[in-house]
Design a protein around this ligand. Sequence first.
Ligand code: AMP
Length: 110
Amino acid sequence: MPTLFSRIIAREIPADIVYEDEHVVAFRDIDPKAPVHILIVPRQEIAGVAELPDSGDHQHLLNAARRIAEQEGLVDGYRLVINQGPGAGQTVDHLHMHLLGGRPLGWPPG
Ligand code: AMP
């Protein structure tokens, strides 16, 4: 079974896609936690950080994040988050990086 995010990448499920390249696809989170809340997803199906192979599409997540942050005009800063496992709130078992910005972001996160 393809993951929810693979179905978005395949355009089987609609999403507001803001960026894509040969390695990653990024779209707006359906339940945003900040004015800008984008999910950056490797095309390769990797369940999470705990299952990370040595190399693959996930190596391009950070560069995509930098490009998208510039595209979104996040000059004041932004936060990148990966939730690993249920204890950290991971709900979709397809590796994804949250890009959050557009408001002050408290530290430490909850
Ligand atoms: P996580 O809890 O770290 O696994 O993040 C999963 C994220 O996916 C949550 O922030 C959800 O709001 C988001 N999400 C779930 N379904 C969709 C969808 N169909 N389109 C966009 N974002 C989604």
